[in-house]
Design a protein around this ligand. Sequence first.
Ligand SMILES: *Cc1c(COP(=O)(O)O)cnc(C)c1O
Length: 399
Amino acid sequence: MAALEEVWRSDFPLIADSDIVYLDNAASAQKPRRVLEALDTYYRTTNANVHRGVHKLSERATTQFEAARERVARFIGASDPASVIWTRGTTEAINLVALAFAPTVLHESSNVVISVMEHHSNIVPWQQACLASGAELRAIELTASGELDLDDAAAKIDANTAIIAIGHASNALGTVNPLEHLKGLAKGAYLVVDGAQGAPHLPVDVEAMDCDFYAFSGHKMYGPTGIGVLYGRPDLLRAMPPWQTGGEMIEHVSIKRSSFADLPHKFEAGTPDISGAIGLGAAVDYFDSFPLAAIDAHEQNLLSAATSGLQQIEGVEIIGTARNKVPVVSFTMQGAHPHDVGTLLDQQNVAVRTGHHCAMPLMESLGIPGTIRASFSLYNSTADVDRLIAAVQKARTFL
Ligand SMILES: *Cc1c(COP(=O)(O)O)cnc(C)c1O
C-alpha cells in the first residue's frame, strides 16, 4: 500500500511539491499530471471546433471528444455512449433533468422525494419543478447517525411519487445512501442520483443500479472544472424535449421551425467544453488504472484514522457517524465557530472547508450553523491525517 500511496502523491504536481495538506477534496480534487498534459496537448496540437469542420484538426478534435464520451460511458457502465450528456457539472445536469424531464411526469397530485441531507443543487431545482407543476416536495428525515430514516422513506415514497432524487453519498456527512433499497420502495418512480460524491469513491454501474439519471462533476474526480456528466436512460432522453437550443443540437433549421439532432447532441447546444471533456476522459483513465478496492482501502484507512484522532480531542464532536461513508469527516468544536477553526487550520497549512457545505436544510435539522469538514482523496497520506489532528489540537488551545 505504501508504494501505491507514494505513486499517487507524486502524480499530482500541486500536492507533491507543496507543504499544503489538502483536505478539501469533496469541494474539488487536485489534477494528476496526465490530466494537465491532456489539456495542454489538446490546445497545442488539436484545438478546433467539433462536429463541424471538414478539416483535419476538427476531425481530430471530434474523434477525441467522442472518445472521451465513450470512455466515460464505459466507466459508469452505460452501454450506449449517447446516454452520456456533457454538462458543466452536477448542478447543470440536475437542472437539465428538472427542467426537461420533470415537467413531463409531474402534476398536481404527484410528489418528488429528496432527503434532508441533499446538496442545494439537488434541492432547489426540485423546488422549482414542484412550484411550476403543483407537485409536492418531500424530504426524507435522517437518523441520529446521519443516515436516511428508512421508515420515513417508506412513508414518504408512495404511489404518487414520480421522482426520487437522492445523493449517492453526502458531501457534508459522508453517508452513503442505500439506492437499491429506495429503488425497491419506488413503485414506478424515476430515480435521479446526485453522484457528485459517488463517482470519485464508489463503484458506479448505472445499469446495474437501475437508476434513470446519474449526475456527476469532473472536477471532483481529478478532472477539470467546467465539465460534468448527465447519464440518462436512453429511452427517457429520447422522449424528452431539448432544454437549451441553438447550434450543434439541431438537425434542420428554417425560420419558423427546427428539427433536433439525435442523442446526445440534442442536449448539447452550442460549442461544448471540448478540452474539459478530453481532460475528464484522461481523469477517468487515470482513476480507472488503479483497482477501486485499493483506492477505497486507502481512503477508508485515512477516514478511520482521522475519525478516531478527532474523537480523542476534547470538545470535538463528529457529525455524521454512518456505518458506510465516503472519506468525509465533518466535526464541530465546542465553543468555537467552524470558520474560526478553519482559519486556524489554514494558518497551519491545512486546507479544510467550513460552513454549511451547500446543505443548509441539513444544518438546520442538526441545529448547528455548520461544520469543519476534512475530505480525503487517493493522494492524501496518514501524515496528512497526523497534520490535521495536530492542527486541530493546536487550534483548540487558541479558542
Ligand atoms: C459538489 C456537489 C454538487 C454540485 O456540483 P457542482 O460541480 O458544483 O455542480 C452537488 N451535489 C453534491 C453531493 C456535491 O458534492
